[in-house]
Design a protein around this ligand. Structure first.
Ligand code: COA
Length: 201
């Protein structure tokens, strides 16, 4: 039986489908017992988002990520992700306050992160790193060894953040955003560096 980590906050739905790697049938993953999130700042914990969080997440996307591009991650779109059985939307929260969030979509051969941000006032406290690790843990638990995402070319903070977390820049695209702004594709092979089974090459 494979499990997907759940937060220690209350979650309305206790089941989420994550498609298995290599085109296997979707896995129904029951919730684990509550576990402490591995956050550097102990005041924050990670939980799955609910529809009630959609407005806050959409606002963070508008003001922290999509600046100058137009607002595509509206509350309705965030709610669709919350409801999508093959997508996790996770928030790092301190009580009712959301300090950061990540959206992760589980595909047969990879996890794609379309949206990720930490509030300005709580950056450089390990919250982004903890959210990214949360996604990586769910990916490996689901048997998926590859994470992919994109960042704006001018977003040097995010590029440094991902590099520090072991992500490699694999492609630069001159017109990734709105047909006019350059973007960079990043990837992390989660299996890399793992010991191969005894006897294998
Ligand atoms: C990128 C982002 C998510 C990082 O979140 P964070 O919580 O501040 O990151 P962490 O505190 O976990 O940082 C982990 C490490 O990443 C690196 N890092 C993070 N921010 C950095 C920055 N501005 N410059 C250089 N390195 C940085 C550092 O190595 C850092 O470790 P350290 O603080 O011990 O030196 C945050 O800056 C953000 O939300 N930016 C705006 C939205 C965005 O760019 N989203 C991602 C692309 S869609």
């Amino acid at each position: 039986m494979q499990y997907i980590p759940r937060s220690h906050c209350n979650i309305s739905s206790n089941r989420k489908v994550v498609r298995g790697a290599f085109g296997k049938a979707p896995l129904f993953l029951p919730a684990m017992r509550p576990v402490k999130s591995p956050l550097v700042n102990p005041a924050f914990s990670i939980r799955l988002a609910s529809q009630r969080d959609a407005l806050a997440i959409a606002e963070m996307s508008r003001t922290l990520i999509e600046v100058g591009l137009g607002w595509s991650w509206t509350p309705k779109r965030v709610i669709r992700s919350v409801q999508d059985p093959e997508t996790n939307v996770a928030v790092a929260c301190r009580g009712e306050v959301i300090g950061g969030f990540v959206i992760a979509r589980y595909l047969p051969d990879r996890v794609h992160i379309p949206l990720f941000a930490v509030e300005r006032g709580v950056r450089r406290r390990g919250i982004g790193r903890a959210l990214l690790r949360w996604v990586e843990t769910t990916a490996t638990t689901a048997g998926i060894g590859l994470i992919r995402l994109e960042a704006r070319g001018t977003n040097h903070a995010a590029r440094a953040f991902y590099r520090a977390a072991g992500y490699r820049e694999i492609a630069l695209e001159p017109r990734m955003y709105g047909g006019r702004e350059a973007g960079v594709r990043l990837a992390k092979d989660l299996w890399r560096g793992r010991a191969s089974p005894a006897g294998s090459a």
